[in-house]
Design a protein around this ligand. Structure first.
Ligand code: ZN
Length: 477
């Protein structure tokens, strides 16, 4: 491990890549655009997966698994869907030494294969709602890739639900959007805006797309999760009908929703600093790194027996930890390494601490040292970890607020995006032409149309026409 990474201010993009490689979250794979998620990164993904999975199950969903090979004809059944995904498809044409009769697509998302199966499973209103989630990998042949943010293959979850009425499906779409918001804010310590996407930005095949959007450390937005109301589009494409309570045949209503390993990129860019990753305690592979310090065998014996007391106290408070007692690297080296890897809390113990019945605690998010008494160190650690979780959220929220500006004139808007940028709160007339022109001229796009709209009207940031739609613009990943 070589020391140091490029500063955030110097080159944000270099900082991001170096942080991921050096903190051992991921590495580049032999195939361009693919990445290997290394154990440290995968442990974070497992925490995310466990947290979300519990929330999905608490809202009535079950997991299932569908194959990754999809007949090419399925993708073509929903017109908008095929138009949206065609450029990114990877297709298997040969297998078992022969050319296949029908090419098979490596799933870019699973609506089509899942709805082809729902046709067999849904017959009556008694079969609804059907609430299924899948944890899987997907393949999208992206031209420009970045570790975690956009890779050819990535891990995600995709929820696919079927409902008897449009109202129920819309309710589900928003329920899951709120699950994502809660997860982002409570577990990732990442504040998000929620709202609807414009027609131009919605999912290929959806009636409406909703998203959570977060501000990254360079003031750009990252779409961090989406929830789609699919109406009857996929039910019609796959002929999925049910007998309603009046014994009439009707097409089923659908939703789909997903978050991916992109969330790890979001964690890096929301909280990371020039020393590396800063992990919120709830998603850190473990919460405390303990670094014992000794020079002689006699000191080692004393420190080790003192460590046992610390371990017991941490265990009794359900604090997760790891002891780094490697002898071939110096304590200073270990401090740097665990700071780079973002472990929320460090405990240092040396012979002098043993004598005084104390230890040193260092918060990753602040780096001040605090001397604590051995007694009650477990409880104390829990209190400090809770404070870190809360402070990280508040810090990210303040950063977003400081970089969000109400802008009414297009000249100010252009200047905003020529300089530092951030989130611009403006009005929009609803025209896709205005939306596109703003994007062409400033690279900023409408991230969300917030649910909460102000009473007053404004004028469209581009054409000046009176408008009632309040939107949030940003440059984005
Ligand atoms: Zn306009």
């Amino acid at each position: 491990m070589s020391k140091g990474i490029t500063g955030k201010e110097t080159d944000y993009s270099a900082w991001y890549n170096e942080l991921i490689l050096k903190s051992e979250l991921a590495d580049y794979a032999p195939v361009k655009g693919c990445m290997v998620i290394r154990p440290h990164g995968y442990a974070i993904w497992e925490k995310m997966r466990d947290g979300l999975d519990k929330m999905f199950k608490d809202t009535g969903h079950e997991n299932a698994y569908f194959p990754m090979l999809i007949p090419e004809s399925f993708i073509k059944k929903e017109a908008e869907h095929v138009k949206g995904f065609s450029p990114e498809l990877a297709v298997v044409t040969h297998a078992g030494g022969k050319e296949l009769e029908e090419p098979l697509v490596l799933r870019p998302t699973s609506e089509t294969i899942i709805w082809s199966m729902y046709k067999n499973w849904i017959h009556s209103h008694r079969d609804l709602p059907l609430l299924i989630n899948q944890w899987a990998n997907v393949i999208r042949w992206e031209m420009r890739t970045r570790l975690f943010l956009r890779t050819t293959e990535f891990l995600w979850q995709e929820g696919h639900t079927a409902h008897a009425t449009a109202e129920e499906a819309e309710e589900e779409t928003l329920r899951m959007l709120n699950v994502y918001k809660t997860f982002a804010e409570e577990q990732m310590a990442m504040p998000v805006l929620i709202g609807k996407k414009t027609e131009a930005q919605k999912f290929a095949g959806a009636v409406a797309t909703y998203a959570i959007e977060a501000m990254m450390g360079d003031k750009k937005a990252l779409q961090s999760g989406t929830s789609h109301f699919l109406g009857q589009n996929f039910a019609k494409a796959f002929d999925v009908k049910f007998q309603n309570e009046e014994n009439k045949e009707e097409y089923v209503y659908a939703t789909s929703w997903g978050v991916s390993t992109r969330l790890i990129g979001a964690l890096v860019m929301t909280h990371g600093d020039d020393k590396g990753l800063v992990l919120p305690p709830r998603l850190s592979p473990f919460e405390v790194i303990i670094i014992p310090i000794w020079k002689t065998d006699e000191e080692e014996t004393k420190v080790r027996s003192f460590l046992e007391k610390i371990e017991n106290s941490l265990k009794s408070a359900d604090v997760t930890f790891k002891i780094d007692d490697r002898t071939y690297v110096t304590p200073g080296w270990k401090f740097n390494e665990w700071e780079l890897k973002g472990i929320p809390l460090r405990i240092e113990v040396g012979p002098r601490d043993v004598k005084e019945n104390q230890l040193v605690m260092v918060r990753r998010d602040q780096s001040e040292k605090a001397v604590k008494h051995l007694e009650g160190v477990g409880k104390e650690s829990r209190t400090v970890l809770d404070a870190i979780q809360k402070d990280m959220f508040e810090k990210a929220k303040t950063f977003r607020e400081d970089n969000t500006k109400k802008i009414n004139s297009y000249d100010d808007f252009k200047e905003f995006y020529e300089s530092d940028g951030g989130f611009a709160e403006s009005y929009w007339c609803g025209s896709p032409v205005c939306e596109q022109e703003v994007q062409d001229e400033t690279k900023a796009t409408i991230r969300v149309i917030p649910f909460e709209q102000p009473e007053e009207r404004g004028s469209c940031i581009k054409c000046g026409k009176e408008s009632e739609t309040f939107v949030v613009f940003a440059k984005s990943y």
